[in-house]
Write a protein that binds this ligand. Structure first.
Ligand SMILES: [Cu+2]
Length: 532
């Protein structure tokens, strides 16, 4: 069967008419690739043919401007627009500085940055810097609402090594909808040292490529369908990569670095390359001490992976998502999309001399990378030796609850003392899939049910999957800011669960400092979502 970016299940009745997309889904169980990629007009999916593919859209790179006070300053506008994902179908969408998605922001460790966000939508939103260590005031969570027509400025000093972070709305109760409509972008952190010091590809859009994957369903009128819900949230039947359906990327160098973000609200993916193993060089919160060759990488919503793919001149490879398991009951696995197999991104490299096989500038090859690591080069400092934690904390996950409580914006759930290294024991007591994301922090997975985690979970993380009936132990390192009156969030990043209350709050205080009370505009405005 030819590849397809269309994700669907058996029993699909689909009619493609000019200018309209009509689908109706009958859930009969069992998933497969659709033989007819409805959203790829002109495709010739017969034997021996391959899909027409579209060049991968690359979100514009935005390095901001250095303001008079020396701060790297970015401007974002959350706005509405219309996007043509496939010819003849116009979809109302939301985006930052555009109709869908957002620019890739880029700054370096040690820099002062400021982001001014203007809300041009008709409802309250927020902008959260996922994975960033920031003062609570700049976190962009539910306590920093941006009302329609207003602007909000977040300012902080980057205090973390190179990593692929991202930004998205975080307004309590509407996060899923805002992200689903298209509000999401990458935020790349570089090390202070020049990236040229390492052989990792770093030429944005050329050999350093953002891969924001998100699944969507379309209603008959071409709009995103926000009504199809299941236990894990909204599961789409069409894959968008940087907003592109059936994308292909034309590599011009031997090595291409893919920064993969699971930007879906519910779906999990297991990424594999048909050409062989993936060279994993980074996880959520930074680069690995050395690359790891892995068969594949599983990402639940919000997680990232950086991989390097090597292509010979004339070679084509396919990044796919393959069936996998989240350790769930069968029907629940389907609700997370784990039974699906589909193409994610085609990678092609032209023949030598065709413009795709050579480059005027010498760039690193796979052997350069290997030699460099063998010679003691590393991407990130080796991880600190495991020490006894300063504090142990238990986090249990239930049905839309954390530690048996639903989100309450006026309640402080946990108090963290700045500088403490904490060990969290995270147990999913529920039968549904959940993961845990902690703001203003990064962590390492110590063990899962007493076992050493897989290679893809051994790097720095900020979001980790929590399988039912298992305990994930993580060692957490928080940012250096303190504020006893303004909280950070920790929550499930399956956004439907988060919106329904699977979120809790912690403040970071100085040693001996009293926490609270919380007093924020969002609480005074009655934004409190009281738990039961
Ligand atoms: Cu969840």
């Amino acid at each position: 069967m030819p590849g397809s970016s269309r994700i669907t299940r058996r029993g699909v009745l689909a009619v493609a008419a000019a200018g309209a997309v009509t689908t109706s889904i009958v859930a009969l169980g069992g998933w497969r690739l659709s033989p007819r990629p409805i959203l790829s007009p002109g495709a010739s999916p017969g034997p021996g043919n391959t899909l027409d593919r579209t060049p991968l859209a690359i979100p514009p790179l935005d390095t901001g401007v250095i303001s008079a006070d020396g701060v790297r300053t970015f401007e974002l506008a959350a706005q509405t627009g219309e996007t043509t994902f496939t010819a003849g179908v116009r979809t109302p969408t939301w985006g930052y500085n555009g109709a869908f998605g957002g620019p890739t922001l880029r700054a370096a460790n040690g820099e002062k940055v400021r982001v001014v966000v203007r809300n041009e939508l008709s409802e309250v939103t927020t902008t959260h810097w996922h994975g960033m260590k920031v003062p609570a005031l700049a976190d962009g969570g539910p306590h920093q609402p941006i009302h329609p027509g207003k602007t909000w400025a977040a300012e902080w000093t980057v205090e973390q090594p190179a990593a692929t972070l991202w930004y998205h709305p975080h307004n309590h109760g509407t996060t899923e909808a805002h992200v689903y409509r298209g509000l999401a972008g990458m935020f790349i952190i570089d090390d202070k040292v020049s990236p040229e010091d390492s052989p990792l590809p770093s030429d944005y859009g050329v050999d350093d490529v953002p891969v924001v994957v998100a699944d969507r369903s379309f209603a008959a009128d071409g709009s995103f369908d926000e009504r199809r819900r299941d236990a894990a949230g909204m599961l789409g039947d069409t894959l968008l990569v940087n907003g592109t359906v059936s994308p292909s990327f034309a590599a011009t160098r031997e090595l291409t670095r893919l920064r993969i973000l699971n930007g879906s609200t519910a779906r999990s993916y297991r990424f594999e390359l048909d050409a062989g193993p993936l060279l994993l060089v980074g996880t959520d919160s930074g680069l690995l001490p050395e690359p790891a060759s892995v068969a594949g990488v599983t990402l639940t919503p919000g997680e990232r992976a950086e991989v390097v793919v090597a292509l010979e001149p004339g070679q084509t490879a396919m990044l796919r998502s393959v069936p996998h398991t989240l350790g769930l009951l069968g029907t629940t696995e389907r609700a997370s999309g784990t039974r699906d197999a589909f193409d994610v991104l085609e990678l092609t490299r032209g023949e030598a001399g065709s413009g795709g096989g050579s480059d005027a500038v010498k760039h690193a090859s796979l052997s350069d990378l290997t030699d460099w690591v063998d010679a003691g080069g590393f991407f990130a400092a080796a991880f600190p030796a495991e020490a006894e934690p300063d504090k142990r904390r238990t986090v249990t996950l239930q049905d839309n609850k954390i530690n048996h409580r639903r989100m309450n914006m006026a309640r402080i759930d946990e108090v963290v003392t700045v500088g403490d290294r904490e060990r969290w024991f995270v147990t999913n007591e529920h039968f549904l899939p959940h993961n845990l994301h902690i703001h203003n922090a990064r962590f390492r997975v110590h063990s899962i049910d007493g076992r050493t985690p897989a290679a893809e979970l051994r790097g720095w993380k900020d979001t980790v999957y929590a399988p039912p009936s298992r305990t994930v132990i993580i060692d957490v390192e928080f940012g250096t800011s303190t504020d006893p009156h303004l909280p950070y969030m920790f929550h499930c990043h399956l956004l439907q669960h988060e919106d329904q209350g699977m979120m809790a709050q912690f403040v970071v205080v100085r040693p001996g400092e009293a926490a609270g009370p919380l007093d924020t505009p969002a609480i005074r405005d009655g934004g409190s979502h009281d738990g039961h």
